[in-house]
Design a protein around this ligand. Structure first.
Ligand SMILES: NC(=O)c1ccc[n+]([C@@H]2O[C@H](COP(=O)([O-])OP(=O)(O)OC[C@H]3O[C@@H](n4cnc5c(N)ncnc54)[C@H](O)[C@@H]3O)[C@@H](O)[C@H]2O)c1
Length: 323
């Protein structure tokens, strides 16, 4: 297939791109390379694919309808995987506008062009953040109507737009809700990346709350695998992709400390109102519909991530962290 993959220089999309190319697809990748976090890290991820003749990178913004139209005119696209997003929860309180521009309007732009150009398959990356306030484990049949950050609200908006375009025009949609994704060359605004970098440098880590909040940490290759499987025709489905095995943040910190062989110092801050106390994915739907199951344990995943950090030390240790 010819696949339009948005946010291609991003953490999850770069692993998804690898999987798509390995499976023989042609991929048009779009990213605006914004500087919310290190554009050098985005370039680093793209570099591994620059000589692949089945990959074409276009620097463009999904909130720019004209630019997206040109793409749909130029390439015969069979499916869209929309991973481009403003994805940090806390920064969404600082500048909510860019979140709605990309996550909500950008998604509608792509759906509208799928309708105009007869593209039949759309995959949207969504988030466990939508389950705020609900009891764990989170299953997809629970209504999610209480987003507690502009990030979550903008993703909810993208999800419901997908529903509308499926209902009106029959575009086949899989929405994948990811749970705290981590791994090599990850996001420098997320806890695992930050903790590795800070603990390695003997700098105190900022901990919001006491570390007892738990996350269903999910390794990035599992997420990429589920995202590619989500290209299957399903009608309209929302499917969790999570490890189904939550751990306390304090345990993840313990593992990092162990594999780096360094002691941890803490700078405690109050628990943030836009954060969730616990996440935990119910994944039977992913198993039944997509034949997907997580493969990588937190222990193995953190060990791999630290190996990448050490193997790329000159570059990785200098990536600026984002609050
Ligand atoms: N990482 C997680 O734990 C997690 C959890 C839940 C959902 N998600 C979702 O998964 C997707 C990928 O997240 P990620 O962690 O890889 O984040 P990321 O920030 O590394 O990747 C997103 C990419 O999109 C690009 N982008 C942003 N706005 C754009 C625009 N207007 N036009 C074109 N490109 C744009 C960015 O430059 C970036 O390279 C996002 O939709 C995110 O909301 C991620």
């Amino acid at each position: 297939m010819n696949i339009l993959l948005t946010g291609v220089a991003g953490f999850i999309a770069s692993f998804t791109l690898k999987k798509l190319l390995d499976e023989g697809h042609f991929v048009v990748g779009v990213d605006n390379l914004n500087d919310y976090y290190s554009p050098e890290l985005k370039e680093y991820r793209l570099k591994q694919f620059e000589s692949n003749k089945n990959f074409k990178f276009i620097k463009a913004d999904i909130s720019d309808f004209e630019a997206m139209s040109v793409l749909f005119q130029t390439f015969k696209i069979d499916a869209v995987i929309n991973l481009a997003a403003r994805a940090g929860v806390r920064y969404s309180l600082v500048n909510p506008f860019v979140y709605y521009d990309t996550n909500s309007t950008g998604t509608v732009n792509l759906l509208e062009l799928c309708k105009d150009y007869g593209v039949k398959k759309f995959v949207l990356a969504s988030t466990s953040s939508l389950y705020a306030g609900l009891e764990t484990p989170f299953s997809e049949d629970k209504p999610v109507n209480t987003p507690i950050s502009p990030y979550a609200a903008s993703k909810k908006s993208a999800e419901v737009s997908c529903y509308t375009y499926n209902y009106l025009y029959g575009i086949d949609v899989t929405i994948v809700r990811y749970f705290t994704v981590y791994g090599p060359a990850g996001r420098p605004d997320m806890s695992i990346f930050k903790f590795i970098s800070l603990i390695d440098k003997n700098v105190p880590i900022t901990l919001y709350g006491d570390g007892s909040q738990s996350r269903d940490f999910t390794y990035v290759t599992d997420i990429a695998d589920g995202t590619v499987k989500a290209l299957k025709n399903v009608g309209y489905e929302i499917i969790n992709l999570g490890n189904n095995n939550p751990h306390k943040l304090s345990y993840a910190i313990e593992l990092i400390s162990k594999y780096l062989n360094k002691k941890v110092e803490y700078d405690y801050k109050p628990f943030h109102k836009a954060d969730m106390l616990a996440t935990w994915a119910e994944v039977s739907k992913a198993k039944n519909i997509l034949g997907w199951q997580p493969q990588v344990s937190l222990e193995e995943g953190i060990e791999n991530t630290i190996k990448w950090y050490k193997d790329n030390y000159e570059f990785a240790s200098k990536i600026p962290l984002v609050d």
